[in-house]
Ligand binder design. Structure first.
Ligand code: C5P
Length: 223
């Protein structure tokens, strides 16, 4: 039965966008809506799973019934994910900033009156998905799932990304502006459980979440 197929299983789901502080009132972020991650958490809950939902800036609230952990920066998300372990599965849906300002000023950066602008030095953020996929077998969730937002050469890039990150499954979506995926309600997924792409039809983000949750239930030995 669908309602109980993931009972007793714990999943971590990351969702939304991170905010990388420049100073106490400014940050660098992205246009992630959090809709796909939220839908996935809901579909896992619907199957009886316990869900640690670690989320950044989103247009939608976390689903009722998750263990909701709100975070700001990528480093905060990294810490929250590693604190939420152990888990049976981890789904990395968040749009994590690749870089952050090296120094977040303690005071608001003053506008200069001589017309000059600040330059912001950036440093790399940790790759949260990769850090979890690389954990040793005793700590690694049995199923690690990543996303890849691509605008070109989707299949090649996604295949390489799955290998590089060490995740088990990867869902690639075309986020070219004309697709309306970013912030929209529809998604078009190319699914990789191996190097072999599987094209899913264009469907709602909740449809994608249901299809993924079905695959996860099946993976954990239940239909
Ligand atoms: O490398 P890229 O950002 O395209 O990878 C996307 C996948 O990796 C997504 O699943 C995203 O949630 C995850 N990710 C992460 N930590 C980062 C960057 C990406 O977990 N710093």
């Amino acid at each position: 039965e669908k309602g109980q197929s993931l009972k007793g299983k714990h999943f971590i789901v990351t969702s939304g966008g991170t905010r990388e502080p420049i100073d106490p009132v400014r940050y660098i972020s992205n246009a992630s809506s959090g809709k796909q991650g939220t839908a996935i958490a809901q579909s896992l809950l619907n199957r009886g799973a316990k869900v640690s939902f670690i989320y950044g800036a989103s247009d939608v609230p976390p689903p009722a019934g998750v263990d909701a952990i709100a975070i700001g920066s990528a480093q905060d998300m990294y810490d929250a994910v590693h604190r939420a372990l152990p888990a049976d599965g981890a789904i990395f849906c968040a749009a994590v900033a690749d870089w952050r300002p090296k120094q977040a000023g303690a005071e608001k950066i003053k506008k200069k009156h001589d017309g000059t602008t600040p330059s912001i030095e950036m440093v790399l953020n940790p790759d949260i998905l990769k850090s979890v996929a690389e954990l040793d077998q005793t700590k690694r969730p049995a199923l690690v799932v990543g996303f890849a937002a691509e605008t070109e050469n989707l299949v090649e890039h996604a295949r390489a990304k799955r290998q590089r990150k060490g995740c088990d499954w990867l869902l690639a979506n075309d986020v070219s502006p004309e697709t309306g995926t970013f912030g929209g309600d529809q998604n078009k997924i190319t699914f990789f459980a191996s190097d072999q792409p599987e094209d899913w039809p264009k469907m709602s983000k909740s449809g994608v979440a249901e299809k993924l949750a079905d695959a996860i239930s099946k993976h954990f030995g239940d239909a």
